[in-house]
Design a protein. Sequence first.
Length: 518
Amino acid sequence: MEQPRGWSWQDRAEGSIRRGTALDPSVEPVDGIRAFPTAYLPTRLLITQDLENGEEYDRELRTLRDAADSFGWTLEIEASDRENAGELLPGVPGFLRARLTTPEEPTGGESPVAPDAWRVLQRARRMSRSTMPRTSLEHVLSIDPVGLNPFSRTNPFSRTNPFSRTNPVRGAGAGGSDDYLEPGRGARQPVSWLGPAPRRGPDPTTGRRPVVAVLDTGCGVHDWLPDDIVTRHVELDGVPIGLTDDADPERYPDLYGQLDGEIDAVAGHGTFIAGIVRQTAPDADILSVRVAGALGVVDESDLLTTLAQVIELLRRYREDPKTGHPIDVLNLSLGYYHETPEDGLYSRTLYALLAKARELGCVVVCSAGNDAIDRPSFPASLWAWPGADNGIARDRWAPLVSVGALNPSARSVALFSNVGPWVRLYAPGAAVVSTSPAFVGGQQAMTRADIDGLRRETIDPDDYRGGFAVWSGTSFAAPYVAGRIAALLGEVSVADADADAVDAAVTSVVADLPSPVD
């Protein structure tokens, strides 16, 4: 399969390195803090800037440095963050990335081989006798089709994550949620589209078309997704937003995996989502921003920075339509699990950014996750859901809509879908049909028998040159809802869409979707 020009084995090997490590809640326990597994970067902490309480902020930073020093590690604020101190957006405090390193010649302490941000944070909490409210781990988020969640593959030979079995496809055959990994049962596979393309109406005589922003793996080339519908490159003050490197999973289907010929697990993910929006909201425009690469993971700080840039485009547009970029619905088909989510004991930056977007009238739609659990995921659970223990108060801004997945019958929730009171609604998300880049993988048709110059064979399981695929995941339920909301906003002319119109659109979509109850 095609690779970026000039790539070598060094590029493939470096890019295949896993991001993050699994948190062990039994390490460095602190009374009153109940921790749960998550994935985080062991050498980095995020520190929310406190421009109003400088003394408390300085005290917290000193405590972190003392805690790191007690292990024989050093903690330093990254230089680029020191230079760009301030607010991410008006009213949203910025953050600093603190890096942990091991001195070349450690002196004393109980220094292990490598630093561990969790141990430093917990020891700082114990030393200060506080929760260190401005400091958090840097989590690793996952783009999430079924079969990948949450942290992708550890090497080309097996899979693992801290929440489930090490090999989700067992020799005894599929069972439970693994059933969706079988071809013909919801796994990604080629499919034929027989109908016409979604019909796009003429430009509105008043107002403008609704806009759905998708932060994902980007958007590949497809006849349904031309440049006059999908904006693939956007800048803020001359600086590109999102990833722009050559390691683009919407162009190159097998960037990593040691040349195994297997299409990467999230290759085409963003194109598939854009196609769902195209089907559910033919008259909408799409803003595609790439935040994840072929491994399907994104560092929390990178997501926060990109989100802030995207929302700043929206803020500027609201102030002056000749600047910035309009966004009516924001789709986030990604997530992570926080180790201490109760009572608001988590980083508030992600919530603050999404709250700012909602305050500006943008509906935020999030996938619930595919782990078949009821543990709240982030950002899907960042709203005042019934019985919530996250410290979030109700507000009158545009809503955050968390979406689980329905089976094709629409009469049952997909077994892989996360559930719970924090999931606002369920939408089609199993065996969904949508657009795919024209990828061709290394697998071959099972049988080939040519005759009279005709190429005759069974279905090639990873030949997507027909342009369409079947796939499953709450990743695809979310854009279904995002598109439906955008389509209703387009009907009322988004130029005139006030808070009541947004609420009416969301309420209508919720009412139209089934609520499976046994």
